[in-house]
Write a protein that binds this ligand. Structure first.
Ligand code: DNO
Length: 361
């Protein structure tokens, strides 16, 4: 009998509307994925801060299953002259995480914007509110106006990956990335990975890149981790098992041409972390986030869990963005209720796959 290593993302006391005590009561949830939310990309994390986060999580009867994210400073993505300083800070952070017995780090290599949506609270027919995306809105809007609109809709929460200090310098950032194309990004990602692999080897830290969301270039900025080809190219940059992937179905699934069970099988052994959620497509590059259930969206969640199970994936897995339901006020995508329903559903799928395997063996 195998149980999934089910986790929930938790942003930390003072940032998250959801408490560790609440998470502890979701059946089958064993740990949280967290971060030092107040840190800026490029900082070396303080050892004491890492240890106190870990102690706090463990005192609630949960494991600190990994970090999402240790964000990458723009100098590293751009490949500017000072990148080595920031890579050294990153290495210090990894070393301190390793010393604290933390072995999973999720990160991304997206340019300027982390995940992007055109609406953070689209009302669905059942009255729930979800994050949604419509390319025609993104095409019409200026990036600064999009930022303002999303900040207004965020309910006072700082959105993950949308560091206000950094994005306050939007014009400067666009100027810094001028001329950076996908090839340069891949080269700079390879340089970064080469430099950090020794510390990952030493402390057995699995690096798990998060795919770009949505899975295509936006605002004329390149995006490279958008499907099977990009993921395979990433793995080939440094052929080390610590150079791995966060399998995020919601990000890869923005492009319906991404066959997610096939991607899971292709990446066998190099998926270190899984974000599993569903989307509903309404046309080319128009989608909204759905409940986790297969029948509520466009993805086959059974096939996804089965592929993870069959390829021997046993790393941390978490439900991802949930709908805002039952009057909850929380960070968009990260309320308690729908993610708890998502965890229960994913646990159920896993149990079914596991028991079917026993029946047929
Ligand atoms: C959004 C998240 C992303 C993700 C980062 C990983 O909800 O999926 O912000 O955490 O891209 O580095």
């Amino acid at each position: 009998m195998s149980n999934p290593y089910m986790t929930l993302r938790w942003f930390g006391a003072g940032y998250d509307s959801v408490s560790l005590a609440q998470i502890r009561q979701i059946p089958g949830v064993k740990g949280v994925i967290s971060t030092l939310y107040g840190t800026q990309p490029g900082e070396a994390w303080e050892k004491d801060a890492i240890l106190s986060l870990k102690t706090e999580v463990e005192a609630a009867g949960l494991k600190l299953a990994g970090i999402e994210s240790v964000n990458i400073h723009d100098a590293i993505k751009i490949g500017s002259a000072d990148r080595d300083t920031y890579i050294d800070h990153y290495i210090t952070t990894l070393q301190r995480l390793g010393e604290a017995d933390i072995h999973l780090v999720c990160y991304n290599f997206m340019v300027i914007f982390d995940w992007t949506r055109s609406d953070l609270a689209k009302i669905r027919s059942d009255g729930s509110a979800v994050l949604s995306y419509d390319q025609s809105i993104i095409d019409r809007i200026d990036p600064a106006a999009m930022l303002d609109a999303l900040n207004t809709q965020s309910g006072g929460f700082t959105l993950p990956g949308w560091e206000p200090e950094r994005l306050g310098r939007l014009r400067e950032l666009f100027a810094q990335y001028r001329g950076i194309d996908g090839e340069t990004l891949f080269a700079n990602l390879g340089y970064f990975l080469e430099r950090i692999m020794p510390v990952c080897d030493r402390y057995d830290i699995n690096m798990a890149i998060h795919p770009d969301d949505p899975a295509w270039p936006i605002f004329g900025l390149p995006r490279i981790i958008t499907g099977k080809a990009g993921l395979l190219r990433l793995l080939g940059l440094v052929d080390n098992p610590h150079n791995g992937v966060t399998l995020c179905t919601g990000s890869l699934g923005t492009n319906p041409e991404n066959d997610i069970p096939d991607i899971i099988r292709t990446l066998r052994g190099r998926i270190h972390f899984a974000h599993v959620r569903n989307l509903r497509h309404y046309g080319n590059r128009v989608f909204e986030e759905a409940a986790h259930l297969s029948s509520d969206g466009s993805m086959d969640m059974f096939a996804i869990i089965k592929a993870l199970y069959d390829t021997g994936f046993r790393g941390p897995i978490r439900p991802d963005h949930g709908r805002m339901i039952w009057g909850e006020k929380a960070m968009p995508g990260y309320g308690l209720y729908d993610r708890a329903l998502g965890a229960a559903y994913l646990n159920g799928l896993w149990e079914a796959v596991d028991k079917m395997r026993e029946l047929t063996s």
